[in-house]
Design a protein around this ligand. Structure first.
Ligand code: COA
Length: 333
């Protein structure tokens, strides 16, 4: 912990983890009435990874991704001050971050979960940035991880073809403010459209006989695909433009566009609206599908491992999804 002062923050390491089981579009067509052609042309997805091993949960993937990020820079886990787990598929509704804290040996870290679906990682990074810039913490581990396969109705072809399981992690460290790599951010929510994408809690019809209270259980993912599509394509470019404007930057200054990996058509429509050429667009969803909070750090780790990003590159990251919530971060790498 440090005293109150304005600090910069930068990502110093990345990691990711995916299950080994791959399920292709052809295999999906033996589960529901669909085809590789339908899925690929409408979403850009070819295959997804599913966590099928009994007893494994989002915590296992998140722990693996975190350890990779830690080991890449030979960091002592006890120097991590805060762990933020962005997930909407925890294995404990009280939160899964504390289990990860134990598993990775981050004995000095506070750990908590953020539930914000596919925007969770962006909100997690912005939250980490607040704690670092006000001088509270020096080292923050932000994880985006989801296993939506456990929350999908595998007989609903309109949703089950979209999602996959994964985790991605970044370590964000305080730095002098002139080396600050998080240049700006913008976050928004419109709860009026919360029903367009949800995993709703449903109460049973019969109350407890004495207490007269209703208990229930969570349902499967339900989605109004057309409305979510329209929302993403209209709001995400506005969010990115407002962030760039405040920095006196234009889309010409952008080296990389990294959007939540929901749908290739959404990604390319946003890039087109912003006049950002396709060779600046980071995309790996053909291999993983929509991995919710994991999709951005998973794709980021991939391009970092491939050495595709150069020092000082400007990266625009934007997440969007259930809530409906969306947000942008502008980074100088
Ligand atoms: N395979 C074959 N046909 C399918 C299908 C599948 N997997 N899923 C739906 N269909 C059918 C529908 O039943 C419908 O048939 P009908 O015309 O006979 O009624 C037809 O395909 C068109 O369905 P529709 O839902 O209108 O398709 P769409 O063009 O809107 O595409 C999505 C569906 C989901 C691909 C698209 O809406 C989308 O990408 N939305 C955004 C979703 C998203 O990214 N969500 C996560 C955000 S974080």
């Amino acid at each position: 912990m440090k005293s109150c002062m304005v600090q910069g923050a930068k990502i110093i390491s990345t990691g990711s983890a995916t299950p080994s089981v791959k399920v292709s579009n052809e295999q999906m067509s033996s589960i529901v009435d669909t085809s590789d052609e339908w899925i690929f042309t409408r979403t850009g997805i070819k295959e997804r990874r599913l966590l099928t091993k009994y007893g494994q949960s989002v915590t296992d993937l998140a722990t693996r991704a975190s350890l990779q990020a830690i080991n890449n820079i030979s960091m002592d886990p006890s120097s991590i001050d805060l762990i933020i787990l962005a997930t909407s598929s925890p294995n404990d509704l009280f939160g899964s971050a504390s289990k990860i804290q134990y598993e990775i040996g981050a004995v000095n870290a506070l750990a908590f979960d953020i539930t914000a679906a596919c925007s969770g990682f962006v909100i997690g990074v912005v939250t980490a940035f607040q704690f670092i810039s006000n001088g509270t913490y020096e080292n923050v581990l932000v994880i985006g991880a989801d296993v939506l396969s456990k929350w999908v109705d595998w007989s609903d072809r309109s949703t089950c073809i979209l999602f996959g399981d994964a985790a991605g992690a970044v370590i964000i460290q305080s730095c002098s403010s002139n080396l600050n790599s998080i240049l700006n951010f913008h976050l928004s929510t419109d709860g009026n459209y919360a029903d367009h994408l949800s995993i709703a809690y449903k109460e049973q019809l019969d109350p407890h006989p004495i207490l007269n209270l209703y208990q229930g259980s969570f349902q499967y993912v339900s989605m109004n695909g057309k409305e979510v599509y329209k929302f993403a394509v209209s709001q995400v470019p506005l969010s990115i433009m407002s962030c760039l404007d405040k920095l006196n930057m234009s889309t010409e200054d952008v080296d990389w566009l990294l959007l939540h990996q929901a749908n290739e058509r959404i990604i390319m429509a946003v890039a087109e609206k912003l006049s950002i050429s396709s060779n600046k667009v980071i995309s790996n969803l053909s291999k993983y599908g929509n991995t919710s909070a994991a999709s951005i750090p998973l794709a980021l780790n991939e391009v970092v491992e491939l050495n595709q990003i150069s020092r000082n590159d400007i990266i625009v990251i934007a997440g969007f999804g259930a809530g409906l919530t969306w947000g942008t971060i502008i980074l100088r790498w």
